[in-house]
Design a binder for this molecule. Structure first.
Ligand SMILES: [Zn+2]
Length: 368
């Protein structure tokens, strides 16, 4: 049929295999003949050899011809390259998310620079702040009406000479001896009896209290609202009557700082409750006390010499509860007045020159 022939001719011309593919097919057939000795396979391959479509090739070869391979590979690549519709939607949503998030972040950051004038008056009233004060910044100088809860306020109490001494051995502190040179009373025992009572009582008031040894490793960079070191003075016989308690602070601290205020609170209350005179004979052991070089520079500290172990022995040994109570009242006097404005100090008939920060130190709460 002419129509068929006319169709076949261009078709054949189009699908005319290249010389290389014919050669490959021939080589395959030759290889197949060598491998397969069955007569059917031989006949099939011979019959197909003259034709253009190489049916024998397909029968013998188990895999598709190389051209088909390449087409598959190209199709696979095209499939991979084509963007997936769902991933496009995800990308769009992702872009919106990034824009919204960054806008919110920038808006939040800008909030810090907003003038308080622009705050909603209702919000200001809700916060119970006077808007005029807020604008002028006057409120910043006044303490907050709510006091810091006790459990957030840390107090350190050193039981003088407790634990190992500076050289690592036992350190009893001052010692009273009998006529034969045997020790009968140690300072460390007097101090410990008082310090443990002070700690127990302050703990019962929910303060965060730490009982510390003389060379306690926790003293390094120690942070607290107050630190009091409890001691008793020497049993040495000066040949005259030497009596009285002494309160000292570091010589490096300011004259009207928190330390000085703590010293006055302790001195005032100890003098009021303990029947001993106050002495101002502050020694270098007190003003250059080893603890002052260790604690955090903002921790207010005071050292108390409760009395002389010779002349004041009865007071130091007979009623440790009285001594403890006097020290506790001194510490509470300090804690209650911390952060009070000068006008309030003056109204309380206190020296208004004292400057006592609201919270002397940041108070990390941890139990070791
Ligand atoms: Zn001592």
């Amino acid at each position: 049929m002419p129509e068929d022939k006319s169709n076949e001719k261009p078709h054949n011309a189009d699908s005319e295999p290249s010389a290389s593919s014919i050669f490959v097919a021939m080589m395959r057939q030759a290889a197949a003949k060598a491998v397969s000795k069955s007569p059917a396979a031989e006949g099939a391959s011979r019959a197909s050899f003259g034709g253009t479509e190489f049916p024998a090739d397909r029968e013998i070869s188990l895999e598709p011809p190389p051209e088909t391979h390449d087409i598959h590979r190209v199709r696979r690549r095209m499939t991979l390259r084509r963007p997936h519709p769902s991933s496009m939607a995800g990308g769009f949503l992702g872009a919106i998310f990034v824009v919204v998030t960054s806008t919110a972040l920038v808006a939040t950051l800008l909030m810090f620079f907003v003038n308080p004038e622009y705050m909603n008056p209702a919000v200001v009233r809700g916060l119970q702040l006077d808007s005029e004060q807020l604008i002028s910044g006057a409120s910043a100088a006044q303490p907050t009406p709510a006091s810091t809860p006790h459990w957030l306020r840390r107090i350190g109490v050193i039981s003088g000479h407790r634990g190992k001494g500076a050289t690592g051995g036992r350190d009893p502190g001052a010692i009273c001896e009998d006529e034969y040179g045997n020790p009968v009373l140690t300072e460390a025992d007097i101090n410990f009896a008082v310090a443990t009572r002070v700690v127990a009582s302050l703990e019962s008031m929910n303060y965060a209290v730490e009982l510390l040894d003389e060379y306690d490793p926790r003293l390094h960079d120690f942070r607290a609202d107050a630190l009091v070191s409890i001691h008793a003075n020497t049993c040495y016989d000066f040949g005259e009557y030497v009596s009285g308690f002494i309160v000292g602070i570091s010589e490096a601290r300011p004259e009207f700082g928190a330390d000085a205020f703590l010293r006055e609170c302790v001195g005032e209350n100890f003098g009021a409750q303990v029947p001993l005179p106050r002495s101002y004979n502050v020694t270098e052991d007190m003003s250059q006390y080893h603890v002052w070089q260790k604690i955090h520079p903002l921790t207010p500290g005071a050292i108390l010499e409760m009395g002389y172990m010779l002349a004041d022995q009865d007071v130091l040994t007979e009623d440790p509860d009285l001594l403890a109570r006097a020290i506790i009242d001194g510490i509470l006097c300090f804690m209650d007045n911390v952060g009070k404005p000068h006008t309030q100090l003056a109204a309380d008939k206190r020296d208004s020159r004292y400057v006592i920060p609201l919270l002397a130190t940041p108070t990390p709460i941890f139990r070791s």
